[in-house]
Unconditional design. Structure first.
Length: 384
């Protein structure tokens, strides 16, 4: 059989994507930010700019190598230590992105003799980590801990599975739905079934918990938090920077340094990033008013949208998805909003099952801007 020319097959694939209204393009941003993950506005914070301008680079802008060669720095070690203290962990490890943190971690602790139980709506980095690890994967329905318990019980009763290591992984604030799991119940299941627990705190850190320490500090006691083997965070959201970080025990960190391939074989972050992260962490800890205002505005917006007849998820966070009837509807609505000066993007399958506008709130958004946005949505609904 004759093989189709490569670029012809690529063209056909792209045409199929376009016909489904799922074609993606890189676009520069403009308008009021209702779509980024810069939840506390630290990406443009003037204090961090000053720290960047005064940073002594020692004639080195780049990190020059992986951390195990010449890419380590005092700035990285200082930030890791301060971060671990801040979120109540023995140790932490900075890696290049949140995606690398999830995928690399799960690959490091999973293998074909491991069963990983994952919420169906976990981030792609988690799902890819499971796939790369070669572990047996079992998905439980979104936030359905009854279903998770059924799967755990079945594994206990299965002769081929009962002696395998079991890992449960979930986000604490889901990036595309904005809802949260019952962590108390999850810890009770952990105590009964003895699984390793991985929590992705990327979208809760900075907004939830005492001083923005994350959802675990909203729902769990200090003793319960200490039972969690791994917590994953990012520098690229509430801290306003770039990178990922894994909080664990000292033993857990040593293990990752020795076996986590994306850590071992990647050029390290340049020292400026952890230098700024050290100061961003201090700023984040003091932004209680910004946290409160951001979550309150998101809650008001969701309530008003529901009253107008728009469908949303069960979000209780700064992320408010507005569900659309189709990919075309999501694109058309986003285009109207962008033309009115609001940077809101359409999120479509396969990223999510239901096309939506993912509207995320941050500390720079004002109540006046929220009212203006609601008026536009009202007009769209009246003209629909």
């Amino acid at each position: 059989m004759k093989v189709e020319p490569f670029w012809d097959s690529i063209s056909k694939e792209l045409l199929s994507i376009k016909n489904k209204n799922r074609f993606r393009e890189t676009k520069t941003y403009k308008g009021i930010d209702f779509c980024s993950n810069d939840y506390l506005g630290l990406a443009s914070n003037s204090t961090l700019w000053k720290h960047a301008e005064s940073f002594d680079y020692f004639n080195r802008i780049g990190s020059t190598a992986s951390r195990l060669v010449r890419g380590n720095s005092e700035e990285l070690e200082r930030f890791e230590s301060s971060f671990a203290d801040f979120i109540g962990a023995e140790a932490s490890l900075v890696v290049n992105t949140g995606y690398v943190a999830n995928a690399g971690l799960i690959d490091a602790i999973g293998n074909p003799q491991t069963i990983i139980f994952s919420d169906r709506l976990n981030h792609a980095s988690i799902l890819d980590g499971i796939r790369i690890s070669g572990a047996i994967k079992k998905y439980f329905n979104h936030l359905d801990l009854d279903h998770l318990e059924v799967l755990l019980q079945k594994a206990e009763e299965n002769e081929k599975e009962k002696d395998k290591r079991k890992i449960v992984v979930t986000e604490t604030v889901f990036s595309m739905d904005g809802d949260i799991p019952d962590l108390k119940r999850l810890l009770r299941l952990k105590k009964h079934y003895g699984f390793v627990l991985v929590l992705d705190e990327a979208h809760s850190f900075g907004l939830f918990g005492k001083n923005g320490r994350g959802l675990v500090y909203d729902q769990l006691s200090k003793e319960e938090i200490e039972q969690i083997e791994y917590r994953v965070y990012t520098l690229g959201k509430s801290l306003g920077l770039f990178g990922g970080i894994i909080a664990t025990s000292k033993l857990g960190r040593d293990h990752l340094v020795n076996v986590m391939r994306p850590f071992i074989f990647s050029t390290s972050l340049p020292p400026l990033i952890p230098h700024l992260a050290f100061y961003a962490l201090d700023l984040l800890s003091k932004m209680d008013l910004e946290r409160q205002t951001t979550l309150e505005l998101a809650s008001i917006f969701k309530k008003r949208m529901n009253e107008m007849g728009y469908k949303t998820t069960d979000s209780v966070s700064q992320i408010i998805p507005v569900l659309m009837d189709s990919e075309a509807d999501a694109l058309a609505t986003a285009e109207i909003l962008q033309a009115k000066g609001f940077d809101i993007r359409a999120i479509r399958p396969p990223t999510v099952e239901t096309a939506r506008l993912r509207i995320s709130f941050n500390a720079k958004i004002t109540s006046i801007q929220v009212e203006e946005l609601l008026e536009i949505f009202k007009t769209i609904k009246e003209n629909h």
